[in-house]
Design a protein around this ligand. Structure first.
Ligand code: ZN
Length: 410
């Protein structure tokens, strides 16, 4: 058996585990060292460190302090890895923790987190997904079951000082353009809830004030939330600090392209079986700025899709110029409206798009003024036929059911 170099006890607060951190900073000490060619196992919390519970209330999604996320396992040092190298990471396997075979999906309140469709779903909602082997289904969303495309939402190496400063400068600059916006334009450093791993003393307190939040994807990878970066993938990461400092977390049992629901995919605690190698001077040799990866040879096999088109004309009829964000939002809204004809609530339909192996494509970006995005909904995940027919949609889902909602408190 490969060694488990980071263990997680789900009954323990992540703040009490010194092999965990929730900020990016070059000075966070390595918690373990491995040699190139070695394989090993890393356990992780879910991204909220156990804050979201397996129950039928969305109060936890409404009330969470989002400055606590993401709880990452690491950093792991790789012997011989130096700045400018590429760290090759094989995701040999990824799974749910056997003592926690469930995951959650939710929408944050617009006042606390928001999300891709927050203007349409402004209050907190949550669905719970049970994991049965390679499949998942939810007691809150009938009529749908699918195989997991299991992946870490977040994985990457520690930044060096220069890169950290670049991140902080450009993101605080963006926030300054609309400082009172709700939700905010970006997530600035936040010392009170920082977990700086094994740092201590004054150095720790100083680093906590400048440690980059883990929310956005950046040059090092990080929170990319790419569903296809699944077990069996091989990833090539730029190395910025000696040893690399590989950290990871935010495991997803399954996710639709875009992770549109934001809280999040099907979020779970779990483990990764990894193997690492180093390509000396790989960053310059291959002209790498952001990570690259090879997908898994083994993925769930869905062949048939119903594909929804969206164009860059918004919900209020306003024309936008080649805006793929707005076009994808329209494709998603079109799919949600369609699914309600089979009896789903809009929230249930939204949750399906956030969790199932839905594909999102940028289909056209040159036909002025409209970008075209498409959302590919796999038809085989449903217990019933979702294709349009002359007979019209059959209401499969009985009326009145919905996923738990927790209204905002004033
Ligand atoms: Zn996630």
């Amino acid at each position: 058996m490969p060694e488990t170099i980071i263990k997680i006890d789900l009954t323990q607060s992540p703040y009490d585990n010194d092999k965990v951190h929730n900020r990016w900073h070059p000075d966070i000490p390595m918690v373990a060292w491995v040699k190139p060619g070695e394989d090993f196992i890393v356990e992780t919390y879910d991204w909220t460190g156990g804050f979201i519970q397996n129950n039928d209330s969305a109060d936890d999604v409404r009330d969470i302090d989002l400055t606590i996320v993401h709880f990452l396992s690491g950093p792991i040092g790789v012997e011989g890895a130096e700045p400018g190298d590429l760290l090759v990471v094989d995701l040999l396997d990824v799974g749910a923790k056997p003592d926690s075979l469930w995951g959650f999906n939710g929408f944050f309140s617009k006042k606390n987190g928001g999300g891709f469709l927050t203007d349409h779903f402004p209050e907190a909602q949550k669905s719970i997904w049970d994991i049965k082997g390679m499949y998942t289904h939810s007691r809150h969303i009938p009529g749908v079951e699918f195989a997991g495309l299991i992946h870490p939402g977040l994985i990457g190496c520690l930044p060096d000082r220069k890169l950290l400063d670049t991140w902080n400068e450009r993101e605080t600059g963006l926030i300054a353009t609309a400082p009172d916006r709700v939700p905010p334009l970006a997530c600035p450093p936040c010392a009170p809830t920082a977990h700086m791993g094994r740092m201590s003393g004054e150095a720790r307190d100083q680093a906590a004030t400048e440690g980059a939040r883990t929310v956005p994807p950046r040059e090092h990878g990080g929170n990319c939330d790419i569903k296809d970066l699944s077990r069996g993938s091989r990833i090539y990461f730029p190395v910025y600090v000696p040893g690399g400092g590989l950290s990871m977390g935010d495991l997803h049992f399954s996710q639709g392209d875009g992770e549109i629901t934001f809280c999040g995919a099907i979020e779970m605690a779990g483990w990764l079986h990894l193997r690492v190698e180093v390509i000396k001077d790989g960053v310059a040799k291959y002209g790498i700025k952001n990570p690259i990866f090879k997908p898994s040879p083994v993925t769930p096999h869905y062949n048939d899709y119903l594909i929804f088109e969206g164009i860059s004309v918004d919900e209020w009829g306003k024309q936008h110029y080649l805006d793929v964000h707005i076009a994808y939002r329209q494709a998603c809204l079109n799919a949600i409206e369609y699914l309600t004809k089979f009896g789903y609530s809009k929230a249930q339909a939204y949750s399906i798009l956030g969790t199932a192996p839905v594909q999102g494509h940028i289909s056209g970006v040159v036909d002025i003024p409209n970008a075209c995005a498409t959302l590919w909904l796999p038809t085989e995940i449903f217990d019933f036929d979702i294709r349009p027919t002359a007979a019209g949609p059959v209401k499969f889902v009985s009326g009145g059911v919905d996923i738990p909602l927790s209204p905002d408190l004033d």
